[in-house]
Design a protein around this ligand. Structure first.
Ligand SMILES: [Zn+2]
Length: 160
């Protein structure tokens, strides 16, 4: 069967940036299983997988806007260092969970200048154009439970 809404599709993937650097891969893991049409995966990839079937291999270039979005400089924020209680030394690259109006978000430290810490709430892959090497391994109908939950169950999906 071909990939369409309410299918569970499984695929192996290698994700690289424009320089060919591997950012993520399903190598050594179960293929990733997702419910098509439920925004389980980034929109630019989901769109290209529609109509494909098991055994198909494809390369998909997904511009940042259709992946994790463009960077939003308004999501950079300067905070006083004393807000970071329980941290001995704040260093660039550290990640913290922050409560924001959009719920819990991961922010990373972009700069430390004396008592001022600049945090970045952009997704680490925001503004990055992505390339996916994909091999589709299985396409099946979603069960009623999977459709209700809005995601795939079993190997490569949600185990619960
Ligand atoms: Zn579920």
């Amino acid at each position: 069967m071909i990939i369409s809404d309410n299918c569970i599709a499984s695929f192996h993937y290698t994700l690289t940036d424009k320089d060919g650097k591997v950012l993520d891969s399903s190598d050594g893991r179960e293929p990733l299983a997702y419910l098509h049409g439920a925004s389980n995966i980034i929109p630019g990839l989901e769109k290209e997988l529609a109509g494909k079937q098991a055994g198909d291999k494809l390369q998909v270039a997904v511009p940042a806007a259709e992946a994790y979005g463009e960077r939003n400089e308004a999501m950079m924020q300067e905070l006083p260092a004393n807000m970071f209680t329980g941290v001995d030394k704040i260093e660039v690259g550290m990640e913290f969970h922050a409560q924001t109006e959009n719920g819990t978000q991961v922010v990373s430290v972009a700069a430390v200048d004396g008592d001022t810490v600049t945090v970045d709430a952009n997704h680490p892959l925001a503004g990055v154009d992505l390339n996916f090497d994909v091999e589709i391994t299985e396409v099946r109908e979603a069960t009623e439970e999977e459709q209700q939950h809005g995601h795939a169950h079993g190997a490569g999906g949600h185990e619960h």
